[in-house]
Write a protein that binds this ligand. Structure first.
Ligand code: FE2
Ligand code: FE2
Length: 190
């Protein structure tokens, strides 16, 4: 039985989507701030990125890591529990930053001249970029290679199946997301 869907590869592809989405959100924000006439679109872009963080980064990607992959990894390597709990703490920080961004984006939508909200958005976007870059390095270069080395083929197939189920319920809830799910990796276990 061959694995047509590689759950680790898919998580790594999603990381690349996150990095480019964070970069484009920051770029849009900087351009909007420089513009002599701010429009509500500036706030809407922030809110759209906040949605992406809550729905795609947290609700889909981090759910696959937290519910499926990391518990199995800790089971194999209890001595690496510290590294896993460090990345889980970072997931919590992403959730907090998401809420801060959402709150500040709404304040800005309400009052486009709200300088306090602008300052908070700039700082939060920078914090998200710094955190996600470091976080992704830890997963791509430490935790995921450990999982690839230690999990048996059967376990990896179980991980694949559980990840596909999470993706399926995400699709049923939100529909196909062209930014995240279409990363060119087949979506079935053959
Ligand atoms: Fe993660
Ligand atoms: Fe990740």
């Amino acid at each position: 039985m061959e694995l047509a869907y590689d759950p680790i590869r898919k998580l790594m592809d999603e990381h690349q989507v996150f990095l480019s989405r964070v970069e484009s959100a920051r770029q849009l924000w900087r351009q909007g701030l420089r513009s002599p006439r701010r429009s509500a679109e500036l706030a809407r872009n922030v809110l759209s990125f906040a949605d992406f963080l809550g729905r795609d980064v947290d609700g889909l990607h981090e759910a696959k890591e937290e519910r499926v992959l990391f518990p199995l990894l800790v089971h194999h390597l209890p001595e690496h529990e510290g590294e896993v709990s460090a990345v889980l703490t970072e997931h919590e920080v992403v959730r907090e930053l998401h809420l801060t961004l959402e709150k500040s984006g709404e304040a800005l939508l309400h009052d486009i001249g709200d300088e306090k909200a602008c300052g908070k958005i700039s700082r939060t976007l920078n914090a998200i970029e710094a955190l996600l870059s470091e976080h992704i390095v830890k997963e791509d270069f430490v935790l995921f290679p450990l999982a690839q080395e230690l999990l048996s083929r059967r376990e990896m197939m179980e991980v694949a199946q559980a990840c596909l189920e999470i993706e399926q319920s995400y699709r049923e809830r939100y529909g196909q997301n062209p930014h995240l799910l279409s990363t060119g990796v087949p979506l079935s276990v053959a």
